[in-house]
Design a protein around this ligand. Structure first.
Ligand SMILES: NC(=O)c1ccc[n+]([C@@H]2O[C@H](COP(=O)([O-])OP(=O)(O)OC[C@H]3O[C@@H](n4cnc5c(N)ncnc54)[C@H](O)[C@@H]3O)[C@@H](O)[C@H]2O)c1
Length: 363
């Protein structure tokens, strides 16, 4: 067969996570974890939990006052000296480069084991839903700050993560068959999307677009980050009570259920602690009592009783991934077959055309 690329590239994925198993918190100890947007909400909650578990945790945020204060407070509470804050604006490449350099500098082993691309914002007056300047002679440009933080910022973080994780001293390429008790050095990128990354969220189109893009990033990286030996995982939280939620958002959600930040922390801790978890994604919602029928369908257990189990963390893009991509798999399968039939003759012809194109000729 000619050396042509075959698509889709294989997904590297470990089996579904069993959230019923007890997590060994000692697996977090001695890891160096970097979190963007670590001064509030989930970032702060991750920081507190992993600081308590004995990890080196380095947070970056634009909120310098809160970041500094948080580090002082948690160092005192935990007695863990390996907690650090550095100013970092994720939309600014140089700022992120400096943040990663600072993180490796303070890391006891000089490397980074996990990067959490967490910083994110919502726009209280979202561009596509709140048209401005309708009377102006020229339409004003939309405010795309949400994409700057939630997409450009996450791409910068992921790019730097692949660079630094691959160079983590004494780490080996991620391996679903490793022993978590002895694999301290890791290469792990954890992306934060949202339920808005897998479903529309009316009146927050830009936010949902940015979060869909993060899901796209995850789906691509789990096919390619292993080239750097890096494992990539994803969390998609439902609405949670953090400062991100505006008053309008809270009012719209009245009567519904909020998720618990601690369940997001639990999901993230499983990903961070267990180096065998590769290419998995979870949605985290409110903890509800549910039961599963013989076909695997979940339903809410209504009323009191001992039936069912409490569940907040749900696997997504597990086996359903194959279903969701069934079209592309089939059509690409046909294209791959056509390529096979073309064989070496077709490959040489296309290579010749590519070289001619590169030399300024036509196809
Ligand atoms: N809270 C929710 O309901 C919810 C649901 C789904 C996903 N998320 C996602 O979780 C992540 C964390 O959100 P949160 O709820 O903890 O929000 P939060 O507002 O409490 O925390 C976000 C942090 O990011 C920081 N930040 C903002 N812009 C930054 C920048 N340019 N550079 C560096 N830091 C910056 C903020 O200062 C803040 O400390 C976000 O990506 C968010 O989209 C949140």
């Amino acid at each position: 067969m000619p050396p042509v690329a075959r698509y889709p590239l294989p997904v590297r994925q470990s089996p579904p996570i069993d959230t019923n198993t007890v997590l060994d918190e000692t697996w977090v100890r001695d890891k160096t974890i970097v979190v963007t947007g670590g001064a509030s909400g989930f970032g702060e909650a991750f920081f507190r939990r992993w600081a308590g578990d004995g990890a080196t945790v380095v947070i970056g945020d634009i909120n310098t006052q809160r970041g500094d204060q948080l580090v002082r407070e948690v160092r005192k509470e935990t007695g863990n000296p390996n907690l650090h804050f550095f100013h970092c604006d994720v939309t600014d490449w140089q700022s992120q480069v400096q943040f990663f350099k600072d993180a490796t500098h303070v890391s006891p082993h000089g490397g980074i084991d996990t990067v959490v691309a967490n910083a994110g914002i919502v726009d209280p007056a979202p561009a596509l839903e709140t048209p401005k300047g309708l009377d102006a002679p020229n339409p004003p440009p939309p405010n795309l700050a949400v994409l700057d933080v939630n997409l450009k910022g996450v791409l910068y973080t992921s790019h730097l993560a692949l660079f630094y994780l691959a160079k983590n001293p004494q780490s080996a390429p991620a391996d679903p068959n490793c022993d978590p008790a002895t694999t301290v050095r890791d290469r792990h990128l954890l992306l934060m999307s949202s339920m808005a990354g897998i479903a529309p969220i009316p009146r927050q189109t830009l936010y949902a677009t940015s979060k869909h893009a993060v899901v796209g990033l995850y789906r691509n990286l789990r096919c390619s980050s292993f080239l750097h030996g890096v494992r990539t995982n994803l969390i998609c939280p439902y609405f949670m009570d953090t400062p991100l939620l505006t008053t309008v958002g809270r009012a719209l959600l009245a009567g519904g259920s909020f998720g618990d930040v601690e369940d997001v922390v639990e999901a993230a801790t499983r990903f961070v602690a267990d180096p065998r978890v590769v290419g998995r994604a979870v949605a985290v919602g409110p903890k509800l009592k549910v039961e599963q029928d013989m076909h695997g369908q979940w339903s809410l257990v209504e009323g009191k009783g001992n039936m069912g189990e409490e569940k907040a963390i749900w696997e997504i893009y597990a086996h359903d991934f194959e279903d969701s991509e069934i079209f592309s798999r089939r059509i690409v399968g046909i294209m791959n077959r056509a390529m096979e039939i073309k064989g070496w003759t077709g490959w040489l012809k296309d290579m010749f055309a590519a070289v001619r194109y590169g030399l300024g000729g036509t196809r």
